[in-house]
Design a protein around this ligand. Structure first.
Ligand SMILES: [Zn+2]
Length: 446
């Protein structure tokens, strides 16, 4: 054992779990190290009065590192009430870097184990409660046991959500059933077989309005968590045309059977594995000008680039976000013409310009740290989109769109790095793109 020794009994860990801690010290390793998470089966009961929740997690995972002594997940503010590994009590430790489960003996590589964890608490981030509704956004590992920053480790997801009867629900996957549960409440079961990254898990519940329309193979659903004076049609009416556009560019159908857009108060713009959360402030400008439709196409584009195909680490996050911004520009070109495409790229150019003035124009795979989120976005979102436009000009339209289809089809369901992206465009164009990728993506010395 080496490194920092951090074992502490904190308020995050219930007394029962604390008392069973082993006397020996453990090395603190990064969340997700040495394991492949196979599936999450969750039971969650939100408490709308106290804005807290009670949960039970059943996590199946495969050990990938011989002699593994710790299974570490992202640190969160939840209180662990009990934890078992393959049915036996297992010690828990909340350290600086994460929430650790400490098996009695080191684990063998290749072994598949089941961790069951009961917990409760008020998540510090990622859960937005009102007295009658709840929706999550991005920080999944604040309300469930998972690793937020290992997007390459995708896992299946099942959620049993216990809610006051009459509420509607939304979660990753498809609603399997909604049946009478304990205390006159209703248990909604959601399930998704396709593995997704943790940051894409989510759920919502409330007295939502709902509208569903069928479009051949898939359905589009709109759920309103807020009273909008405008109809869903006025706000989201172009979604089906956007799906057709993106299917054509991806060379692959919409990855989900039903895509839902959940309308909430405020400025949310967050993709979730099989749906998106969209704030009224982001979508309302569309009523004044149809060209203000970026939030619909951006989050929808993530269904292919981000959710289905995910950057292996955050160093390659531009593959998610640069693509979503670029596809927004491409959609605008398709619907409104070349000037609208350039207009979108001009916004990106201005944002990158501000980062450049601050002395922070970095290659797309710059690992950080960034001084602030605006600068990080100026590189990963704005510069990412500008690079795609540059690549399109360099190889020409035909090879560019063929390369995008090749990349998308080759890596559907997987996790990618910038080299995978480069390879697809080199194959479609028949050109060596090393110089361009070195300049824009890897930078000198990367
Ligand atoms: Zn995005």
């Amino acid at each position: 054992l080496g490194g920092n020794v951090l074992i502490r009994c904190t308020a995050f860990v219930a007394a029962a779990a604390c008392s069973s801690w082993p006397a020996f010290a453990q090395t603190v390793i990064a969340p997700g190290t040495g394991v492949d998470i196979l599936s999450h089966k969750l039971e969650i009961t939100p408490d709308f009065q106290t804005k807290s929740l009670t949960g039970r997690a059943r996590i199946r995972l495969k050990v990938e590192q011989d002699g593994l002594r710790e299974i570490v997940f992202s640190k969160n503010g939840l209180v662990i009430d009990a934890a078992r590994l393959d049915g036996r009590p297992v010690a828990v430790s909340a350290g600086e870097k994460g929430l650790s489960f400490l098996p009695a003996a080191p684990l063998r590589k290749g072994r598949t184990i089941t961790l069951t964890v009961s917990y409760h608490g008020k998540p510090a981030r990622g859960v937005n409660f009102t007295e009658t509704s709840v929706f999550t956004s991005y920080w999944a590992c604040d309300w469930m046991i998972c690793s937020q920053d290992t997007p390459a480790d995708k896992a299946g997801f099942e959620l049993r959500l216990t809610l006051p009867t009459g509420m509607k629900s939304l979660a990753v996957g498809n609603l399997q059933s909604a049946k009478a549960g304990p205390g006159g409440r209703t248990v909604h079961v959601w399930r998704e077989a396709r593995p997704y990254s943790s940051y894409l898990y989510g759920f919502a519940a409330g007295s939502f309005t709902e509208a569903v329309s069928r479009h051949g193979r898939y359905e589009l659903a709109f759920m309103g968590a807020t009273d909008s004076p405008q109809s869903m049609e006025a706000l989201f009416g172009t979604t089906a045309a956007m799906v057709r556009f993106l299917e054509d560019k991806a060379g692959m159908p919409l990855p989900v059977k039903r895509y839902t857009q959940l309308l909430v108060e405020g400025s949310e713009a967050q993709e979730v594995a099989t749906y998106s959360v969209i704030g009224l402030k982001q979508i309302e400008p569309i009523l004044a000008d149809a060209q203000n439709d970026w939030v619909i196409i951006h989050e929808l584009a993530h269904q292919w680039w981000g959710n289905l195909i995910t950057s292996r680490t955050w160093d390659h996050f531009w593959l998610n976000e640069g693509m979503a911004v670029f596809m927004t520009a491409a959609w605008k070109e398709h619907r409104f013409g070349k000037a609208a495409y350039q207009g979108e790229l001009d916004i990106a150019r201005a944002r990158l310009g501000r980062a450049r003035e601050a002395g922070f124009d970095k290659p797309l795979t710059f690992p950080g740290p960034y001084p602030n989120i605006a600068t990080r976005r100026a590189v990963q979102y704005s510069k990412g989109a500008l690079f795609l436009d540059h690549l399109r000009t360099l190889v020409g339209d035909e090879a560019f769109w063929a390369g995008l289809k090749r990349f998308t089809r080759t890596h559907a369901g997987g996790a990618v790095e910038s080299r995978d992206f480069q390879r697809a465009f080199e194959e479609s164009s028949g050109r060596d793109l090393t110089a361009t990728f070195t300049e824009w993506v890897y930078g000198t010395g990367v």
